[in-house]
Design a binder for this molecule. Sequence first.
Ligand code: SF4
Length: 276
Amino acid sequence: MDHAHPVTGQEFASPVPPGTGWPGDPADASTPVAHDADDVVRLAATADLPSLEAAVSVCRACDRLVRWREDVARDKRASFATEPYWGRPIGGWGDPHPRVLVVGLAPAANGGNRTGRIFTGDRSGDWLFASLHRVGLATQPTSVHAGDGQRLLHTRMVAAVRCAPPDNRPTIDERDACAPWLRREVALVEGSLRAVVCLGQYGWDAALRTFRALGYDVPRPKPRFTHAAEASLRAPDGREVLLLASFHPSQQNTFTGRLTAPMLDAVLGRAASLAR
Ligand code: SF4
């Protein structure tokens, strides 16, 4: 059954078929679909940013995650029963020439998987966007849905794994299958980067792996993750990109006070100062 999009009012099936008018949908019916990990490698290898965003958004390489994201989209959580669910992978979002890159783990089943935008529609995202706005990296304090007018400033956000995983835990195979999308995206935007904000240990490790694979000089032994940790990465052409760590703004971390708003603002504010 179709439901009306909360911003535009247009009716959509769940999951949303590509090219049917969802705000910001980068794909259409002709976008090539990756059906396995080899397809991801092949399609990512030569993609430019628009074709990468499109191909990511229709990827079907991981059977378990495709099943999960689409089951969640069809079944819908009770509080969102009358909304359409995106139910597709979540691409990177924001400035195509970013100075700041924010790297997270994966979209939430009833968050990004519902709204079609990274970190949008769940409590973690509420924390993150409020902080991005406070430090001057987002135009609005909230991000509720694709099409709500929110814009990132000098900033791009990416997830290491682009589909919502059950229990927020992708397998190693799923992480590795998705890695070429992340590598290609970072390769396409790294020339303008000054800072990379890594949310949680997962984001930290994914960023270190990705930049090392792209030929950056990454400190050894691997820099240890902790809140407000920093590591200097050196690009092959000598530019420095600073890796900044933050505890993930998960509900568990924010409810328990392990991560407070001033702590998150301090890390994102550091990134913002590097972006100016
Ligand atoms: Fe494709 Fe990544 Fe989703 Fe796997 S997790 S289906 S590789 S987008």
